[in-house]
Design a binder for this molecule. Sequence first.
Ligand code: COA
Ligand code: ZN
Length: 286
Amino acid sequence: MKPSSIVIREVMLRDGLQNIPQFIPTAAKIELFRLIAASGVRNMEITSFVSPKAIPQFRDAAQMVQAVLKMKPEGLEVSCLVPNLKGAEGALENGMRKLGFFMSVSESHNISNVRRTRSESIDELKKILELRGKYPDMDVKVGMPCVFGCPFEGKIKPEVTLGYVRQFYQLGLRDIHLHNTRGLGLANSLAAYEAGIRIHDGAVGGLGGCPFAPGAKGNTSTEDLVFMFEEMGVDTGVKMEALLDVSRYFQKVKKDVRYSSSIIEVGVPVPRGAISKDGSEQKWSS
Ligand code: COA
Ligand code: ZN
């Protein structure tokens, strides 16, 4: 990969939908998948193998995985989220090989999210990794919510986070993702880019958030992320017009959806034409 390019990981179908209590029909999710792939996104989280009692939105996880794998998305990496061994087995049995495990670096948030202590979550991860015997081509990444602070415990010391990063690294994990939910997403992505990070998470329309973290209102809008990086001359591979089709389509599926994205709100800059002092109307009065 050229140094001036990044991969956008689109998480709308997973993180973006998990905060929406009404079940979005599987056919609409598949159409969203098709539109997102058509925009040029090369990495996507498509669902979550979680307890349907905890998050009813993903009760169609198996159907989603089967439908998406049948579409054989060329050059597109698809993955799904799993909180425990049962979820990992469900994903693998349905043909998925890329799994996203997650463990909050805050003990309180981890208990709120998955009803497990951090050490219980790590034991669960080790059991998942034992499945490599049966599925040698499986690949696990880990997401770490709350690295910059927790809605229950406040600040989390960087040493705590780094200690867990080290543990995950020792377990052989190489894709370790820091979850972000507040308004500093773009600033964090920029800082991460400058530190050498080349995979950046975003969700169409800034949708999402964690139902088990009070105040976690969403993700960085993919539209804003693509705009920022492309303006910097960093190639994302994503075509903005095609990407905007995704939010337009979802607006029809879920009429009351509220996006949080500057690009969706005001669009990309389009010059209206120069104004001369004479002979030109006052554009702002129209
Ligand atoms: N997929 C489907 N069902 C699952 C499951 C999974 N991955 N894990 C557990 N279950 C089912 C069990 O079979 C059991 O069902 P039953 O009541 O019909 O027997 C029930 O859920 C309880 O199982 P248990 O192991 O006691 O789970 P729990 O109630 O302690 O919940 C989690 C733990 C992790 C399964 C649950 O908290 C969860 O799914 N959380 C999702 C959190 C999330 O996605 N957060 C957002 C990410 S940022
Ligand atoms: Zn999330």
